[in-house]
Design a protein around this ligand. Structure first.
Ligand code: MG
Length: 184
């Protein structure tokens, strides 16, 4: 019988891979902060980090991280066959599989995640810019999109949570007012 991989093992491998490839969770949280700060007064970095960690609990994103970074690593070692080797090595603009893989895991977080991903794909900010294969050393054709995906999902998650909190607060205030009126 084939071995069934435990989800703890997948989670640990994906997190280790991110750090081995030079991405700290705080780097991703920084992008979330930049994306959400305009809509969220008093936003804390710790909330952004918490949201990134929650997104990384999803098996879908863990799998995408493992697949994408594996291809980046194999390309660095020149272990892929042609023409894929050259396509990934040069981060060929029309390739698109890097974006498609990363985009696949944002759908669970709704349309805000999808539009944020599109935005980050164009306006490479923070670590995404630093990872750009065309600028620096190493091949990060897939990794930059994966980081954008995690950041987009985490941003969307925060936006929805904020609305939930606002609504809960309004309901609390309304109830309090009704109670006060009854007493008065
Ligand atoms: Mg890319």
């Amino acid at each position: 019988m084939k071995r069934q991989v435990h989800s703890k093992e997948v989670r640990a491998a994906a997190l280790l891979r991110l750090s081995e490839r030079g991405v700290a969770l705080s780097d991703i949280a920084e992008i979330v902060y930049i994306m959400q700060a305009p809509y969220n007064v008093g936003l804390k970095m710790s909330s952004c980090l918490e949201s990134v960690e929650a997104v990384l609990e999803k098996r879908e994103i863990q799998h995408a991280i493992l697949v994408g970074t594996e291809l980046d690593i194999l390309a660095e070692k020149k272990m892929l066959s042609e023409p894929l080797q050259s396509i990934i090595e040069t981060d060929e603009g029309l390739f698109g599989c890097d974006e498609t893989l990363a985009l696949g895991s944002v759908f669970g977080y709704g349309s805000i995640a999808v539009t944020t991903f599109g935005h980050l794909d164009k306006q490479k900010i923070g670590i995404i810019k630093r990872l750009d294969t065309k600028r620096g050393s190493g091949i990060h054709t897939f990794l930059d999109d994966l980081v954008a995906s995690i950041a987009s999902s985490a941003s969307s998650r925060m936006a929805h949570r904020l609305r939930d909190e606002e609504e809960a607060e309004k309901e609390r205030q309304l109830k309090q007012k009704q109670q006060d009126e009854q007493v008065g």
